[in-house]
Ligand binder design. Sequence first.
Ligand SMILES: NC(=O)c1ccc[n+]([C@@H]2O[C@H](COP(=O)([O-])OP(=O)(O)OC[C@H]3O[C@@H](n4cnc5c(N)ncnc54)[C@H](O)[C@@H]3O)[C@@H](O)[C@H]2O)c1
Ligand SMILES: [Zn+2]
Length: 649
Amino acid sequence: MNNQEYKQAVQELNLYAYHYYVLDDPITTDEVYDELYHKVLDYEINNPDKKLNDSPTLRVGDVVSEKFVKAKHLSRMWSLEDIFNADDLEAWLKKTYKLDENISFYCEPKYDGASLNLIYENGKLIQGITRGDGEEGEDITSNVKTIRSIPLSIEHQGRIEIRGEVVIFKDDFEKINEERLKNNESVFANPRNAAAGSLRQLDSSITASRNLVFLPYGIGENTLEQKLLSDRMEYIYSLGFKKPPQSRLCKGFEDIEGIYELMKNERDNYAMMLDGMVIKVNEISSQIDMGYTVKNPRWSVAYKFPAVEKITTLKEIKLQVGRSGAVTPVAVVEPTDIDGVVVERATLHNFDEIDRKDIRIGDKVIILRSGDVIPKIIKVLEHERSGNEQKFERPTNCPVCGSELLQEEVLVKCQNLSCEARVVNSIIYFASKPCLNIDGLGNKIVEALFNAGLVKNVIDLFSLTFEQLMELDSFKEKKSQNLLDALEGAKGCEYWRFINSLGIEHIGEVASKTLSDAFGFSFIDASKEQIVECDGIGEEMAESVLEFIRVNRETVLELQSILNPLEPVKKAEAEDNPFKGKTVVLTGTMSQPRPAIKEMLESLGAKVSGSVSKKTDFLIYGEDAGSKYDKAMGLGVKCLTEDEMNGLL
Ligand SMILES: NC(=O)c1ccc[n+]([C@@H]2O[C@H](COP(=O)([O-])OP(=O)(O)OC[C@H]3O[C@@H](n4cnc5c(N)ncnc54)[C@H](O)[C@@H]3O)[C@@H](O)[C@H]2O)c1
Ligand SMILES: [Zn+2]
């Protein structure tokens, strides 16, 4: 890097930082930012006399937005030096041991959110301030007071600054985006932006609606006497703050690498996004001796995880037609390795989102892949356009059957009930695990059956003959017989499976069970009033059921007579007990398989649900409980061990 390039890089970094910190709308990935930042840092080490005053290496964060009233921190807030691999760690440890040999390390997750400083005096929360430039930030006290994991009063009387990260849990983030798509609003790029943007709202009621969570990671000004950071943090948790989902005291390199690997491998299972692990010297007296650079503590470092966001090129937009006829756009991108997985396709949500973001073929885009969620395009890099990018034309006809498409609110739908895509996908759905669970009826086979003209709907499946199957390519005796056996085996299924397999819009496994339990075979004659009385079934779902039955009554009856499902037995009313009528979630390893415990609880009249929400009454946890436990604690749900549960019975 020469001086000219250095000056340019500083400008570029400052522009990135402004979009990231002030506007909460980054225009590049952390990876690109970090790489350039380190080049700038190297240049400055070699050319200290050329260092620019506005270099990002000299500053924490960015200027404070004028939208808010400014407020000073009692003691300064810092950034963190970052490292990326075992060699960096070794070098960092060497440097740190030189300052003090007798140290140990406290490791905890690096949360990817927005930093916040809380000031308490005489046991009362008096101010909440964003980090800002480290000296002063934005006074967002009224927003902060809406966050339920921030106690408004604590038992500690002395003046104290408690620092932490404000995050949005990953599944809340998905829900917010789903909701925004439904309301025709643009989606948040990632949980970090959503958290930072929600925290820095001028209208506190918006902050309050976003389910933000505060995780403390440090202490500023204080009068504490504990000599170890880990003891101080324990004390903070005891005041009513959330604990990290993982933390460990480490002696040195081996220990640190061990817990780093563990957190990195588990990162998808935590409720919140992590972008690394933070290592801190545990002895407070050593921390004080080591002190700070202009920007970072010398006693701490961020050990980053591999990036989950990458820049790639959008090559093509393909169209997919689902079983409901909904046509969705799918992005085909230049194959890109993200944390060990090559990503070639990404979701674009819907056509309105393409228009809103003005996504064009040939654009450079940021894609995010985290956990098992489908990779998404979260951002178009408009400033990188060459002018050769092509606008995408919204389809007017079904890409599969050619019939005219209809716009239904935010969805674009093929109305043709015998459209191959609709038929094939609905048969695949019919045979899938949570429906009739018919082995051997995947994509390829259903397509072959459809193309041979043997199957035009699910009822046709049950008149297939051995001879017909044998005439198909790739079908030999065994495969043909297996398929016929599997179809025969679907008969006599549980009634809820039958309901679920119909593919009624908005009616999934849980609702199917509810309807089956509530109505049994008279499900088909239930009225809207009766249906909405069921727990967890709203107006929209009820209307969807009625509309489906109205149109498909004959088919449903015919299918029922073919499948001959078991009539659900009405459960005897359970005797009074602490779980009756309550919603319970199970997590972790227990003394018996979870389905057995689920059944036991259901027989007591409890509803056992798969995910934790505000409506959950109890979480019952076994060993190695992960994100569900964190989430339940965050929401204040009563958490019981298996023994405690048994104790209540
Ligand atoms: N994409 C972009 O355009 C862009 C622009 C600027 C900065 N960035 C990103 O921001 C990073 C630099 O920003 P920074 O100065 O905020 O530093 P940082 O995010 O690397 O580290 C410091 C911050 O980490 C947070 N943190 C989370 N968990 C913590 C824990 N357990 N202990 C201590 N702190 C914890 C705190 O908020 C703290 O202020 C860069 O690495 C870059 O990836 C990206
Ligand atoms: Zn079609």
